[in-house]
Design a binder for this molecule. Structure first.
Ligand code: FE2
Ligand code: FE2
Length: 241
């Protein structure tokens, strides 16, 4: 039985560059943000959510583009293992999309936030206790370091928002990276400006952000970006929320 990466030291995980160490570090930050989410409300909670999205979506995108294809190559049951976490990622994308359409006093907001927290915690447990230890057993220390560098590069340029419609697998998700990342990161800047900027520019920034959201949804629906999708992670499909 493979040992959870939660119980291993940095040296055992392959050093600081290793993808296993980087994953564990992000998961610790996620845990802290989930605790903050439960303690906050209204606009303060929105700011926590923005930080959570900026952590979770590039992190998961880089898993889907770099790590899970490797897992499928090196493990005979890699397809089943990776599909389970891709379904969790899909549910996260769908829950966040629902949340973005809800006001602070929407009657379902609390239930959606609770489910989001639950799925994110399940995703971390599946990865730390099963997928990543299995990957660790199947590849060399040199490989986990090489994957660490690659995963980090992809994470830094990946989309930062929920995109439930694009494929959770290459090549669709990889093709979506450039246009969606540009649109998402511009939205992040506009939304940050709307939160902190002078009152008179807030309506214009919010309008510009909504226009980019509309543009991102148009891009998401390009058929090319759905290639590689497993039917169970299709938006609104059996694996969806
Ligand atoms: Fe992860
Ligand atoms: Fe994940």
């Amino acid at each position: 039985m493979a040992r959870s990466i939660a119980d291993q030291s940095v040296t055992e995980l392959g050093g600081r560059v290793s993808v296993l160490t980087r994953q564990k570090k992000d998961h610790v930050t996620l845990d802290r943000l989930l605790h903050e989410l439960g303690r906050t409300h209204g606009h303060e909670q929105d700011a926590v959510l923005q930080r959570l999205y900026r952590l979770v979506f590039p992190h998961a995108f880089a898993e889907e583009a770099v790590l899970w294809p490797t897992l499928r190559r090196v493990l005979p049951d890699g397809h089943e293992l990776s599909l389970e976490v891709e379904q969790e990622h899909q549910e996260v994308n769908e829950l966040v999309t629902r949340l973005e359409g809800m006001g602070h006093h929407h009657p379902e907001r609390g239930a959606v936030l609770d489910r989001l927290t639950e799925v994110l915690r399940e995703d971390v447990r599946d990865e730390e206790d099963v997928l990543l230890p299995r990957l660790q057993q199947a590849v060399s220390t040199r490989d986990v370091r090489r994957l660490g560098v690659l995963w980090e590069v992809v994470r830094r340029v990946a989309p930062t928002r929920a995109h439930p419609v694009v494929a959770r697998r290459p090549p669709g998700n990889v093709l979506s990276a450039v246009p969606l990342s540009v649109l998402d990161r511009l939205r992040d800047l506009l939304d940050a400006g709307a939160r902190r900027g002078p009152e008179r520019v807030v309506p214009a920034l919010r309008t510009a952000s909504r226009t980019l959201t509309w543009a991102a949804h148009r891009v998401e629906h390009l058929p090319l970006l759905r290639i590689g999708e497993d039917p169970s992670t299709r938006s609104g499909g059996p694996g969806g929320a």
